[in-house]
Structure formats: C-alpha cells, structure tokens
Write a protein that binds this ligand. Structure first.
Ligand code: C5P
Length: 243
C-alpha cells in the first residue's frame, strides 16, 4: 500500500477541566508558545506535506490561526466528546478524501511527540493494511481499585500497552468504524478501539515514553523539561525549547 495523500486530524475542542486552569489546556503556555502551537509545529516538522483538519470548539475565544504552520488546513467544529470531534473532521473530508487515504489523528495535548516516532509511524503504516498506533508497554505493576480506593486485584501487565497518538488508519475504514461504534453505543476514547470493535487488530508501534498527554497540572512542567531535553538532543546544544 502507498500513501496517496496524508490527512491529519487534531482534536483540540476539549476543555481540559482536569487541569483546573483558567483556559483549555491547549492554550496554556510552555515558554513563549501555547501547547497547541507546539503540537502543530512537531506535526509539521515531520509531515509538511499533510493536510490538516483542526477541531475547535465553536465558542473558542483563545485560538489564533498564526499558530498553524500548515499551508493546507481548515478549522472544523468540535463535538461533545473527542470521538464526535474526530467524526466531524472525517465527515468534512468526505468530498476530498479517497477511501484508501491515510488519516493520522493526534491529540493536541501531546506536544512532546518526537519527530523520529512520527516518521517511524508513517513508514510503518504505509504498508500496514489495518493501521495502527504509537504505544508503549506498561512498566508499572497494575492494580484494580474498588470504589473506596482499595486494591481488589493486581492485574497482570503482560501484553499491556498504553495507547498514545498519533493513531493512523485508512479513511474509509476509520469513518465507518467510528460511525459504527457510535451507532452501537460503544464508548470509544481512541480511534483504535473503534477499529477493534470491527474485529480488526490495529498494529502497536512502539514509541517513546516521553509522548506525554498533558492532563494534570504537574504535566505542564514535565512537558517543559521534556521539550528542552529533546531540543538539546536534537541540536546537540543546550537549547531551551521553552524559550
Ligand atoms: O481530555 P482529553 O485529554 O482526554 O482529550 C483528548 C483530546 O481530545 C484533546 O486533544 C482534546 O482537545 C480533544 N477533545 C476534542 N473534543 C472534545 C473533547 C476532547 O477535540 N469534545
């Protein structure tokens, strides 16, 4: 299989309430730039040829188009849940996208995704019929809790992975899978679970552990340090990417 055209969908219509901030987390600053600008910049570095659909809340008062480095991009209205936002973007692509076009979906809250991982993901997915996702094997011992916050059982971590993004699938398969999941009332929090519900097995593509999803207040500082360390490793010099 080949990639005729590469589509990027970035769901960025969430409120990020777990951050407890005065604005959605994608607009919190890391150094001089908001999370959203950093995430789009990483994606553009790896996929300058891609066409972007950016899902934003219709009442979003924070967004500035100068943060979008892509030449070919459009804003799409977000939905109630993440899956609704992604589906809005997929529906918006219908007149232009071919069934076999590759679509990569990446959370706006993951600004630390490494260009090497993005490159590796795309190279792998070009010849992958089902599609797949960046992921990392679980390293910690896993506990299941009861409602009182006590351990009911220790789960085996054998074969367990954290699902990251980007996740990439062929346009037609992904759209059908997400619509199918919604129609059946299946609650999907990522694209892969909708594909799995179709009886298909997405490929796990091992990525870096520092592809953090900014979710809680302490994650912002972590992301700042990760970006600075990555910038230093990439340039060979001590560069503060947070500047
Ligand atoms: O809240 P959480 O981090 O799980 O959201 C994952 C991604 O989905 C974020 O990039 C967020 O902006 C996006 N999202 C969205 N539309 C929603 C809810 C979340 O685009 N209704």
């Amino acid at each position: 299989m080949t990639v005729e055209r590469l589509w990027l969908i970035v769901p960025a219509a969430g409120q990020g309430r777990r951050m407890g901030a005065d604005r959605p987390k994608q607009y919190l600053s890391i150094g001089e730039k908001p999370v959203l600008a950093r995430t789009l910049s990483r994606l553009h570095q790896a996929y300058p040829q891609a066409s972007l659909r950016l899902c934003l809340d219709e009442d979003d008062a924070w967004f500035d188009p100068c943060w979008v480095p892509f030449g070919d991009w459009q804003r799409v209205a977000g939905g109630v849940e993440r899956v609704d936002s992604v589906l809005q973007a997929l529906d918006d692509l219908a007149p232009e996208a071919a069934e076999n076009d590759l679509v990569l979906v990446h959370d706006v809250a993951r600004p630390c995704v490494h260009p090497d991982d993005l490159q590796h993901l795309l190279e792998t997915l070009v010849d992958e019929p089902v599609g797949g996702l960046l992921a990392v094997p679980v390293a910690d011992t896993m506990k299941r809790a009861d409602e009182a916050g006590r351990v009911t059982v220790t789960e085996s971590r054998d074969g367990l992975w954290h699902a990251l993004t980007p996740q990439g699938f062929r346009y037609g398969v992904l759209r059908e899978a997400l619509h199918g999941a919604l129609d059946k009332g299946i609650r999907v929090t990522d694209e892969a679970s909708a594909i799995e519900a179709q009886g298909l097995a997405p490929r796990l593509i091992a990525g870096r552990r520092d592809n953090l999803k900014i979710t809680h207040p302490e994650d912002l500082l972590l992301a700042t340090h990760i970006l600075a360390a990555q910038a230093e490793a990439m340039t060979g010099a001590v560069v503060d990417e947070a500047e």
